[in-house]
Design a protein around this ligand. Structure first.
Ligand SMILES: N[C@@H](CCC(=O)N[C@@H](CS)C(=O)NCC(=O)O)C(=O)O
Length: 214
């Protein structure tokens, strides 16, 4: 199986997670961010993640997660989900997006291996959130909002192995979000949240982004 991704993409992290959690080998193919031709040829849209399996192409991160989790008859995402987790994730979005996008745009990620690919990302995302330098200037206030959210999240985490005690799709959504957040330097991570991130990173085989945090 081949998974087409961008390293920064939280949806791609969701799809990568299920392979790691199930110890299923796969080839992670990181596309250049300005490569429209490859995804359009596969699924008719410029979008990742895309799973290539037995000559067929599947987009949509959570469809890929469900497909891979079911494929051996031994699903691992068997735990309950809690509405508090999705509510928490939704509440963070407006501070999360302007914090992470400018930092991704400057990071040494493989999807930005060429200048054209990096510029494609910057233009595309600045159309969404406005000039990156303006968003970066707002970092102190945005960090404060995320820090407050992380304190609240610490109370929601049942344990480092699974946010609700048993692995579920909440872990897929939550770890993908938190892994993106590790590109942001100088956040205040409560111990329970940090332990959860470290454990999930190890269990999924997906490195955190601390090394390129800014
Ligand atoms: N609903 C899709 C969303 C995927 C998505 O938005 N992917 C982004 C990357 S994070 C993408 O490929 N956007 C097109 C682009 O970056 O040009 C999923 O869950 O897989």
């Amino acid at each position: 199986m081949k998974l087409y991704t961008y390293d920064h993409c939280p949806f791609c992290v969701k799809a990568r997670m299920i392979f790691g959690l199930k110890h299923i080998p796969f080839t992670n193919v990181v596309l250049l961010n300005d490569d429209s031709e490859t995804p359009i040829r596969m699924v008719g849209r410029k979008l990742v993640p895309i799973l290539e399996h037995e000559g067929r192409f599947m987009p949509e991160s959570m469809d890929i997660v469900a497909h891979v989790d079911a494929m051996d008859g031994h699903p691992v995402l068997t735990g309950p989900i809690r509405p508090e987790i999705s509510r928490w994730l939704t509440a963070q979005q407006s501070a999360f997006i302007p914090l992470i996008l400018p930092r991704f745009g400057g990071a040494p990620l493989p999807e930005f291996a060429t200048t054209a690919a990096r510029l494609y990302f910057i233009r595309n995302k600045e159309d969404m959130v406005g000039p990156f330098n303006e968003r970066l200037a707002e970092s102190p206030a945005l960090r404060a909002r995320i820090n407050a959210g992380l304190v609240h999240l610490a109370d929601l985490i049942a344990g480092p192995d699974a946010v609700n005690g048993v692995l579920s799709t909440d872990d897929i959504h939550l770890f993908a979000y938190l892994r993106s957040l590790t590109i942001v330097a100088e956040l205040q991570w409560p111990a329970a949240v940090r332990a959860y991130c470290a454990r999930m990173s190890q269990a999924c085989g997906i490195p955190l982004l601390d090394g390129m945090a800014a």
